[in-house]
Design a protein. Structure first.
Length: 279
């Protein structure tokens, strides 16, 4: 079964964990040494080595600064998708602010490579019960797919009990296909995250591999997996402060690329558009 591999293209100072604990704000971003081009090229090399194509959810801010990088991603045959412009949590924005951020991001990405993104992923999976209104705005902005809902319990994101399979959602502006991030159901009341990112980085490889096998074989469901360029960049500056933020952000950076290479070799992966084609 073909699973989805996705890369959220952002710099080491963009994750919500870093923004929330470091005191660094968007007005500081231009003054920080950027590492996103080199780290993303390492992702492209990794995927070329494992002959894998994936979906790259690109931050509009990155696309506006490094349009050549967006063209490199497209030229390598990957799907071009959108990860907002300023990496703000959707439930902290008004619908109008979300619309403006999304339009700005989609414009920056299509100006860079000539491709209008059709798939969206919210920063930190911040489409939750209190921000479901965002889906209608995504349809208005031309999106056909969203992958922003994590069907788990977490302090910042997640809709516990939400369906784990991809499905169409009807909004007043039209339908959109929601592709939730991979999660395994352990019992009627317990679902555990598998999605990649920190869970792949912090836990043993066998945890993620067993989760994908269970989804593919028992549940007959493709797994939607993600990671970030900064997760394979062990030499990034450590901006996050506080024990939990530092652990979530920096633990396991040294072994992540090796784990990803093993994962991409062991399972079949493709783009979100290929796995879930039409609305
Ligand atoms: Zn992100």
């Amino acid at each position: 079964m073909k699973n989805i591999i996705s890369v959220d293209v952002e710099d080491y100072f963009h994750p919500s964990e870093v923004q929330g604990s470091s005191g660094v704000s968007p007005s500081d971003w231009d003054t920080l040494p950027s590492r996103v081009e080199d780290a993303t090229r390492r992702c492209l090399d990794l995927m070329a080595r494992t002959r894998t194509h994936g979906t790259f959810f690109i931050l509009g801010w990155v696309a506006s600064r490094y349009p050549g990088l967006v063209r490199e991603i497209a030229a390598a045959g990957h799907e071009i998708a959108c990860h907002s412009f300023l990496h703000q949590l959707v439930y902290d924005l008004s619908p109008q602010q979300f619309r403006e951020d999304t339009r700005q991001a989609a414009d920056a990405i299509s100006n860079a490579c000539g491709i209008a993104p059709r798939a969206y992923r919210a920063p930190s999976y911040s489409i939750t019960k209190r921000s479901m209104w965002a889906l209608e705005i995504l349809v208005e902005c031309g999106f056909t797919h969203d992958s922003s809902i994590y069907p788990i319990v977490h302090d910042r994101y997640g809709i516990p009990g939400y369906p784990r399979n991809a499905h169409a959602i009807t909004t007043p502006s039209g339908p959109i296909i929601e592709v939730p991030v991979a999660a395994v159901k352990l019992s009627e009341s317990r679902t555990t995250p598998v999605g990649g990112g920190g869970y792949l980085r912090l836990l043993p490889y066998a945890y993620t591999a067993a989760g994908i096998r269970r989804l593919n074989h028992r549940d007959q469901m493709p797994a939607c997996i993600y990671f970030h360029p900064w997760e394979i960049d062990p030499h990034q500056p450590r901006l996050a402060s506080g024990a939990i933020a530092r652990l979530r952000t920096y633990l396991g950076l040294g072994s992540m690329e090796r784990k990803l290479e093993r994962l991409l070799g062991e399972f079949e992966f493709s783009t979100l558009a290929q796995v879930h084609s039409a609305v």
